[in-house]
Design a protein around this ligand. Structure first.
Ligand code: CMC
Length: 426
């Protein structure tokens, strides 16, 4: 295939040839790396048209509603795989065989506990602190405990840090929950599966250990799979950017958690439930839909729309099915859940939402499932962070495994031009 080129003509100057790079899937990208020699930069706030890196991990076709991890469709992973296998796939590029899986699960189980002294950090937080605030702090603090794996130039250190993060995130998340409830923190149980163990640490107490429902454990596992990675989203790009400066993996993941917290990103699952609270009753839906359509009103229907999926979110399709299963298992008859279903129905018919391709996204249904399982709303984004940790660390690994540069965007300066401080400022 002949080398593709783009030509850039800046009024009057000679044309500049820019190489065009092709991936295995998706649009070509124009390589603008050498543009600085011409004295201009590209301008793309919000990265609407910018590929920030080359990656082999995840592919999304937003128009067709396709999400592939290492080539495998998300629907197949949700159906035929489990979260730890998906972690292995994201990190290593292939699904594990039986022996590889057993070894991987063993390694993860080996790292589920956190240093006893880490518990002391929790006491510094108010009991009513937002769980994401505590998560940012305690995950960042891991770098003060695991000095033995912080050499980011050593592939083995990077691997151990990745395993520690995947193994310890559920333990930390459950500790945050127990702290806010004022209940004793539960130790992980390594005879349980990853998702089962998480629900055990969340809901059991030292005085009462109930068996975990397999339907709920499977639903939790699906939520983890569906949130495991999503290419260069805001939090993953944050992790890559932090990592590009040579920061340690725990600090980078803490940065990712901070970026995920925002309501336009991972905070949306929590925002969905808050919005349902605000709507209050099916009778008010029309009023809130009108508010969402009003350009002078900042209100948006949380859990609707996506930057990349402009047709449907394939994760939402799987999540809706899981949502139905969970509601059936629990026999739930919750007016708020009925309200959510009615809102979905109305928005799907409304021309404003249809014309703008605003469909319920993954967070719309995951919020409902998590509520049904009994997880408090303020913990929703923590669960997203737990699941996304593998995606973040896989991208961090990918970046550090090859040549990379510190991320340093430029800007279009529109401030005051150079001036002098007057001797007499009055
Ligand atoms: N409710 C009402 N109107 C909306 C909504 C919404 N949820 N989302 C987008 N719009 C409108 C928006 O006002 C704009 O209208 P117009 O063209 O008339 O100006 C049009 O749809 C395009 O929206 P946009 O803001 O340009 O789209 P974007 O790609 O910049 O934003 C988004 C995507 C996800 C930030 C946005 O849809 C949103 O804020 N949704 C609600 C929050 C949410 O559910 N976020 C979770 C995303 S999925 C989890 C994840 O991957 O992080």
């Amino acid at each position: 295939m002949a080398d593709k080129k783009a030509q850039l003509i800046i009024s009057g100057a000679d044309p500049v040839d820019l190489p065009v790079m092709s991936g295995t899937l998706g649009p070509d990208v124009i390589d603008v790396r050498n543009l600085t020699s011409t004295g201009v930069f590209t301008f793309d706030p919000g990265f609407m048209s910018t590929a920030s890196c080359e990656s082999k991990i995840t592919y999304i076709d937003g128009d067709k509603g396709i999400l592939l991890h290492r080539g495998y469709p998300i629907e197949q992973l949700a159906e035929k795989s489990d979260y730890l296998e998906t972690c292995y796939l994201l990190l290593k590029g292939e699904l594990p065989n039986t022996q590889e899986k057993a070894e991987f699960v063993d390694t993860i189980k080996n790292h589920t506990m956190v240093h006893e002294q880490l518990k002391n950090f929790f006491n510094g937080f108010r009991r009513d602190a937002h769980p994401m605030a505590i998560m940012c702090g305690v995950v960042g603090a891991l770098s003060a405990f695991y000095h033995d794996s912080l050499d980011i130039t050593d592939p083995q250190h990077r691997e151990i840090s990745a395993m520690r993060l995947i193994a310890k995130m559920p333990t930390l998340a459950a500790m945050v929950h127990k702290y806010s409830m004022g209940q004793p923190m539960m130790y992980p149980r390594n005879n349980l599966g990853y998702s089962e163990n998480f629900l055990h640490m969340m809901f059991n107490t030292p005085c009462e250990e109930k068996p975990i429902s397999p339907v709920l454990a499977r639903a939790m596992d699906r939520i983890f799979i569906l949130h495991a990675d999503h290419e260069q989203n805001a939090s993953t790009s944050t992790v890559r950017l932090a990592g590009s400066s040579g920061a340690n993996p725990f600090a980078c993941i803490a940065a990712g958690i901070a970026a995920l917290w925002g309501p336009a990103h991972g905070g949306a699952n929590e925002a969905v439930l808050k919005m349902l609270d605000e709507i209050g009753d099916v009778a008010n839906i029309d009023k809130f839909v009108a508010k969402a359509k009003d350009k002078n009103d900042p209100f948006k229907l949380m859990g609707f729309g996506h930057r990349v999926y402009k047709n449907f979110d394939p994760r939402a399709t799987v999540m809706k099915k899981t949502c139905d299963e969970v509601l059936a298992e629990l026999g739930i008859n919750d007016p708020q859940l009925e309200l959510a279903m009615r809102l979905e129905e109305l928005a799907r018919k409304d021309s404003y939402f249809v014309e703008r391709n605003l469909y319920p996204n993954v967070d719309f249904y995951s919020g409902i499932i998590l509520k049904a399982i009994g997880i408090p709303t303020s913990m929703f984004t923590v669960i997203f962070a737990m699941a996304r940790t593998v995606g973040w660390i896989s991208h961090w690994q990918e970046m550090l495994s090859g040549p990379y540069k510190i991320g340093r965007p430029r800007q279009l300066y529109t401030g005051v031009t150079q001036r002098d401080i007057p001797d007499d400022r009055g």
